[in-house]
Design a protein around this ligand. Structure first.
Ligand code: PLP
Length: 334
């Protein structure tokens, strides 16, 4: 017999069916996995919960993280909850991503005033000088995201296409970690465990993985990173593809596709995207975070087979109050 769980609306993330998206795309099923209800409003909280718990378990006493914004906010929030002093390093040009955090000397946020590719090194050097264990991309990143695989298997096991906006692609790599484990753990893997592929979108001005994937490359050099000075979505600036492309090549199922979406297409699709989100009861803040809008626009301009049953990962973010919390962060000059 097919396992049919009863959905509990109060368990996050909500998996919401989207009749409007189904009719617009002409597909059999479209589900939105709403990750905006987590503490900081993005799916990075899944990762942060596991990483901070791991850091605690390993007895680390001073930690740090660098990111374009969302990961840092998530790690900070869980570090505060765990009482584990944590510094965040965020590119100065992404200060708007910091939102409504409250200043706390045990959890400083440093704005790094340098070109994006140099941010990681400046952050790591500053952390070392400050005696911090720097949680640069670690394997645990995948563990938290793996939980979304289990969640998809619980809430929509019949899905055969997973859609997400990617920067480095750690999300899909994490889901694959979860799906592989689940396949080994159940007697008769079916549905999404047997048959799935990914449709992954990137903004056209930061489409490193899309270009490399479409060109059939298996590795990437740093010079090949597409890192614009004024990106359409600053969250999606990433040097991670150098590390993740070989992993994606190894681990993504056959039929996985990457596509680039132009800013104009995102703007054009916005009214319809807003209707889809409103019907599903999901509040996204376009000004704060366009990641999910990029995939919605990409989907709305894609040709999909009628039998497709898709799950769209709404990665973030809901609106938050923008407080003038200048004393919450410091400018760090490299
Ligand atoms: C809101 C949001 N969506 C999507 C992504 C892309 O995540 P990844 O490429 O690591 O799966 C990020 C982070 O980079 C993000 O913060």
């Amino acid at each position: 017999m097919m396992y049919a769980p009863e959905l509990d609306d109060h368990v996050l993330p909500a998996t919401v069916r989207s009749p409007l998206l189904e009719s617009q795309l002409g597909v059999a099923e479209a589900w939105l996995v709403d990750c905006t209800g987590f503490g900081t409003g993005t799916f990075k909280d899944l990762e942060a919960a596991v990483v901070i718990a791991g850091a605690r378990e390993m007895g680390l006493t001073r930690i740090s993280v660098h990111s374009t914004g969302n990961t840092a906010l998530s790690y900070r929030q869980f570090a505060v909850r765990a009482g584990l002093p944590c510094a965040c390093y965020v590119p100065r040009q992404n200060a708007d991503k910091l939102g409504d955090i409250t200043a706390d000397p045990a959890y400083p946020v440093f704005l790094v005033d340098t070109s994006f590719p140099k941010v990681a090194k400046v952050a790591k050097d500053a952390a070392a000088r400050d005696g911090r264990h720097h949680l640069a991309p670690v394997g645990w990143k995948l563990e938290g995201k793996a939980s979304l695989a289990w969640w998809l298997y619980e809430t929509a096991p019949q899905v055969d296409l997973i859609v997400q906006t990617v920067a480095g692609g750690y999300g899909p790599l994490g889901y694959e970690t979860g799906f592989r484990r689940l396949s080994r753990a159940v007697d008769h893997p079916h549905g999404i465990l047997k048959n799935r592929r990914y449709l992954l979108f990137q903004p056209a001005d930061a489409d490193t993985l899309t270009r490399a994937w479409q060109a059939g490359h298996r590795t990437l050099a740093e010079e090949e990173l597409n890192l614009p000075d004024d990106p359409f979505e600053p969250t999606l600036q990433s040097t991670n593809p150098v590390a993740t492309l070989p992993l994606l090549r190894q681990q993504m199922p056959d039929g996985t596709v990457f596509r680039a979406v132009t800013p104009v297409a995102v703007e054009e699709a916005r009214p319809l995207a807003d209707k889809v989100l409103a019907e599903a009861g999901i509040a996204l803040d376009y000004e704060r975070e366009r990641s999910a809008y990029i995939s919605l626009a990409g989907l709305l301009t894609s040709k999909l087979e009628r039998t497709t049953k898709l799950a769209f990962i709404v990665s973030g973010s809901r609106p938050f109050q923008h407080r003038e919390s200048a004393d919450a962060w410091h400018v760090l000059l490299p």
